[in-house]
Design a protein around this ligand. Structure first.
Ligand code: PEP
Ligand code: MN
Length: 343
């Protein structure tokens, strides 16, 4: 349930409603807006009886939220949320932000040279895994803390903020110290304790869709983060498992307008993990932007053949420059811009 207060409602009237909600056994979540405050009722599983709130001073409207994702849903907030990371913005409709970088941080030269190249070439944010959730225990697991230090050095050299993946409590604590944004990957989309921990930080979170998760599952996972108090969530469609064997995963383009209809949160697309091979990533990236994505996340490596993780889907610098040029054209056709770091 959502209680919309009059625009001239006093603090006492808002506090009175919060108290009534607590007395009813639920948790009030006030959301001050530019015009008026709305108070969301959290903690109920069934429809809440609104009688104790009806007619209270300062209340203008009571809305029964029909979706289980309350904070994430459009019923709760009609306007698009904008998640800002330094100068980069995700959401709001006008800018396309591109995140790029290697799958994994491997060494200083690799990450610093990549970041410096990207910063001058249409990129808003750097990516790179320091903690890698790999299918095989024998595959490269990431450099851990050293990887975070190298990402910080790459940020210093390039001016690009960075996003990196958290896989458990230990990595989350370390990443909070170093990173500008936390990534929760497909394999951890329903790691509910990790979602709650990320929700208790003040770092923006990029939440990737699980490979066999529905869009509603994704929205409920975002709800875990928001219900802990962190509203800076960016959703990422990265392809799901289907019977199609044409690509590593099947990119669910339909998810983009569907999420936008259901939720105010920004949505970006990762064409790299969807396609799985570098030479077919550009058309998928174009399609994602044309379908309304607020941004992209693309894997780029200075020498993909030597990459320790996801080399086959990593773009060389030249191919990445081509991708950015084509995305600029698609964005322009839609009246949008690619965010570029000021030199
Ligand atoms: C990644 O971004 O490197 C990654 C592991 O992605 P996903 O969680 O989508 O597989
Ligand atoms: Mn990868």
């Amino acid at each position: 349930m959502l209680i919309v207060m009059r625009n001239d409602a006093s603090n006492e009237q808002i506090e009175n409603i919060e108290k009534i909600i607590k007395d009813m056994g639920f948790t009030p979540h006030p959301m001050p807006g530019s015009q008026r405050t709305a108070i969301c009722v959290l903690g109920n599983e069934k429809r809440v009886d609104s009688t104790p709130i009806e007619g209270q001073p300062g209340v203008i409207e009571i809305i029964h939220v029909s979706q289980p994702y309350k904070l994430v849903g459009r019923e709760f907030r009609q306007n698009d949320s904008v998640v800002e990371i330094g100068p980069v913005k995700f959401g709001g409709g006008n800018d396309i932000a591109i995140i790029a970088g290697p799958c994994a941080v491997e060494n200083r030269e690799q990450i610093v040279s990549t970041a410096v190249f990207l910063a001058g070439n249409g990129t808003g944010m750097l990516r790179g895994g320091a903690f890698k959730p790999r299918t095989s225990p024998y595959a490269f697991q990431g450099l851990g803390k050293e990887g975070l230090e190298l990402l910080a050095a790459a940020r210093e050299a390039s001016g690009l903020p960075f996003v990196t993946e958290v896989i458990d409590e230990m990595s989350l604590e370390l990443c909070v110290e170093y990173a500008d944004m936390l990534q929760i990957g497909a394999r951890n989309m329903q790691n509910f304790s990790l979602l709650k921990m990320a929700g208790q930080t003040n770092k923006p979170v990029m939440l990737k869709r699980g490979m066999s998760a529905t869009v509603k599952d994704l929205l409920m996972s975002a709800e875990y983060i928001m219900s802990e108090g962190n509203e800076k969530v960016v959703l990422c469609e990265r392809g799901i498992r289907t019977f199609s064997d044409a690509s590593r995963n099947t990119l669910d383009l339909c998810a983009i307008p569907f999420i936008k209809s259901q939720s105010h949160l920004p949505v970006i697309v990762d064409p790299s993990h969807a396609m799985g091979v570098w030479d077919m990533i550009i058309p998928i990236a174009r399609a994602a932007v044309a379908a309304g994505a607020d941004g992209l996340m693309v894997e780029v490596h200075p020498n993909p053949r030597e990459a320790r993780s996801d080399g086959p889907q990593s773009l060389t610098f030249d191919v990445y420059a081509k991708l950015v040029a084509e995305i600029k054209a698609i964005a322009a056709a839609m009246g949008k811009n690619i965010f570029e770091l000021k030199k």
